[in-house]
Design a protein around this ligand. Structure first.
Ligand code: UDP
Length: 236
């Protein structure tokens, strides 16, 4: 599949057109950013690692009939994806308290949530991706009620599937962010990526952080942590 013009460049990925107008190429960069772009850096090898990790998760979810935009890998850091109309909402699911939830509600980091929390954030860099609820989404006309319902159901299913997948490999799926898009026929399917950039993973026994928090908080061993995730999810 031939790579044509660059159509979008984000903080961690680039999107290219292809000769097929229903498909795009998603290229994963080594660039890393945190705190709404205030902290920037590079993580050597991250592009290839995250592309591979995302492919493994997308294929695994497809085996559970969770439709997503992944088609196939084209190179170590490039995947062919279905072109979608992306809904400008970040869907976050949390199993354990940390990050912005810990701060917002003054909760103890590491507290297990008996009922996972589903949150919506509006994708808007200027506003720093504010937390919204479904009624804001309808008023802003970024998604319809049945679309938000579908996003919730899909995120809850993905949480159950990936939580036990990670548990079997000695890790806790702390929280994660998903993005969804519409196909031409109006179907809502999973898009973007699923990687240590967009999920929090802790070692089950030691609670060692194996994700982007190591970059956010200058904890060192960022690349090793990303590699460890890849190694652990590649084994059966
Ligand atoms: N997250 C993300 N992109 C964002 C914000 C959050 O992928 O722009 C992910 C983050 O990696 C974590 C989850 O969503 O797995 C919840 O993040 P939180 O709200 O705690 O964000 P923080 O402000 O701590 O990044």
């Amino acid at each position: 599949m031939e790579k044509k013009e660059l159509i979008h460049e984000g903080k961690a990925k680039k999107l290219y057109a292809t000769e097929d107008e229903t498909m795009l190429i998603q290229l994963f960069k080594d660039d890393a950013s945190a705190f709404n772009g205030a902290k920037k850096g590079t993580i050597t090898g991250k592009g290839e690692i995250n592309c591979t990790i995302s492919s493994i998760f997308f294929e695994y979810l497809q085996s559970y009939h969770i439709s997503n935009h992944y088609i196939k890998n084209l190179s170590p850091n490039e995947m062919l994806i279905k072109k979608l109309d992306i809904i400008p909402i970040e869907a976050v699911m949390r199993n354990v308290v940390t990050g912005s939830l810990e701060k917002r509600l003054g909760l103890q980091e590491g507290m297990m949530l008996e009922y996972p929390i589903f949150e919506l954030y509006l994708k808007n860099d200027e506003l720093g991706d504010p937390l919204i609820n479904e009624h804001h989404a309808y008023a802003l006309q970024v998604a319809r009620p049945e679309e938000i319902r579908l996003m919730y159901r899909s995120t809850a299913k993905i949480n159950a599937i990936l939580k036990s997948f990670m548990e079997r490999r000695g890790m806790v799926l702390v929280d994660f962010k998903l993005e969804f898009g519409r196909t031409d026929s109006g179907e809502i399917i999973l898009a973007d990526e699923i990687s240590p950039d967009t999920c929090r993973f802790w070692d089950r026994k030691t609670h060692k952080k194996l994700d982007k928090d190591r970059f956010r908080f200058d904890m060192g061993g960022v690349e090793q942590a990303y590699r460890e995730i890849l190694e652990r999810i590649s084994s059966n």
